[in-house]
Structures are given as structure tokens and as C-alpha cells.
Design a protein around this ligand. Sequence first.
Ligand SMILES: [Zn+2]
Length: 334
Amino acid sequence: MFTRRMLIVLVALCSLLIPLGAPSAQEMPDFAALIEAEDVMTHVRTLAMAIGARPMGGAAEGLAASYVAAALSDWGYEVTVQEFNAIAPVEGADAGTAIVSRNVIGVRPGDDQWVVVGAHMDSVTAGTGAGDNASGVAAMLAAARALAGLDTTHTLVFIAFGAEEGGDPPGAEVYVEGLGDTVSNIIAMINIDSVGMGTALNIYAGATITWPEDEDAAPTIEGGPVWVRDLALDLADEMGLLFDTSPANTWGGFTGDWSDHYAFVQAGVPIAYFEAWQWVGAADPWWGQETAEGDVMHTPGDVYSSVVPEKVEMTAEVVAATTYALATGMAGGE
Ligand SMILES: [Zn+2]
């Protein structure tokens, strides 16, 4: 008699056999060997030293865009530059300035599921935007280069955004709105913003944020999907690289409504956001900006010498592994 237990055994056997008959399972490439700190730091030096501060819409942002476009193109990506009009904030004044900024978009076509990796290339003018965000663009470029030689099923999209530092609209919003319904092709977005400084590397999930009228009160955090964050944290762990997330008593593993991921969050795209930040021992539980080097973000201290090469390298390696897992279907949505 064929019992239910026999069926379970048969199913278990089949599930053991199927992988043997199928093409060999995807193996994770050794991104730690493919990505070296010196290569990553070359990008940081070019952006933050050779070019310097990159205010939105300016000539320096244009040079950064040309650098990113040339690199992605060299590695075989199809590059387009998306120019857009925006209003730039003017420090110390309410009135903004009309500017033309740009996003650089590099695509390696695959099927109609896309994995998007982004980092903003513009900076404020205090310092040279080495940490914020030459470090993020460098990590993105290193990941793009490592992935260029590897097969993936899904479409890869790498974007250097313009006008993140208070532009209205920021480049990420322009990109997402320009997609229309096609935004549903994006299975996951990875944002990299400011990974070179700060005491710890973190990965967060996206959430919809509502700020209360009372500025001292906590925001309402409506958490979005966490699987991209958890995939990245698991891969980092497997690679022996130390990454953390925001503490349970504040953001609880999520991040806020700043930076390029938020346009994607609002469009329903699952995201993971990479950032170097201090949470343990931060004076403000909701804001971990202080770093071992002092409070450098958006200050004259945000220069090349403050960037920790290993942080940018580690970020590039985990971003590459996460993107590979997503783009090969090794890991997917829930
Ligand atoms: Zn930034």
C-alpha cells in the first residue's frame, strides 16, 4: 500500500536527485579576491581629489558623471546620461537656484527583472565629498567591474545619481518617475551612501517614515520588506565581514526618508541601504552621525584622508555578492 509516508520519502528523494540532474548550481564568486582596496580607493581619489567637491549641477558633478560613464562603458555596460532640471538649495538662504543635474545609468541587459545598485555622486561644498559620497560611488563601481565578467540572468542597472544633497527633485526621484510602470521590473535596489567613515558599517531595510509635528518626538516607521537587508547581512556574515544594522530602540533595522533609496521605497521596491555610521554610544539614539574621527559629514573634515579603505572595500565586496545573488536568482523576493 502506498502510504502518505512513502510519498513523503519519494518527494524527499526526488528533491535530492533534481539538483544532480540540473545544471550545476550557481556558486558565489570570491568577491574578496576580485575586489581590492587599492582599486576601490582609486575611484575615491579621482572623485574627491582630482575632481574635488561636486555640487549638484556644476562642472565638477559633470566631470564625475563623465568618469563614471567612461568606466561603466569600458566594462561593457550600456550607458545613458539622464539630464534633468532641479532646484539646488542655497546654504543660508531659502531661495534655490535652477540647475541641470544628471544621472549616469549603466545597464547590462538580461531578462525583465532588474537589480538596481545606486550611489549619489554630488556633494556639498564643505570638504570634498570623499566619504559622502565618493566612497559609495567607488564601492558601486568596484562591484560593477567585478560583475561585468560574470553571467547573470537578470538585468543589472548601476546608477550614479545627481542632486541628492537637497536637490528638488533629487536624481533618484527623476529616475524612478521616468520609469513609470516599468518600475515594477525592479526586484531590489541597493543604495550606497557614505561608507568610508564612521565607526561601523551598517545595512538597513527601507521604511515609510512619518515625522510628527513635535520635532522631539519619534517618527512613525512603517517597515517595508527586509529580505534584501537580511540577504546582504547573511552574505557579509558568510564572507567574515562585520556589518550591523540600526538598533532596536531606534530605527530597528530600518532607515529613514533621506538618500536615494527613498524614491524606490515609495514606489514599492525592496531596498537595502549601506552606510558607515555610529550607533553604539551615539549621543542621539535617532542620529548616529558622530564618528571616531569626529563629526565629519558635510564638514571640511570630509576629505580623502578621512576615508578608511577597508570600509569601502568591504562594502564593495558585499554589494557585489548581494547583487550577484539577486541577479542570478540564487536569492529572490518573498
Ligand atoms: Zn550622501
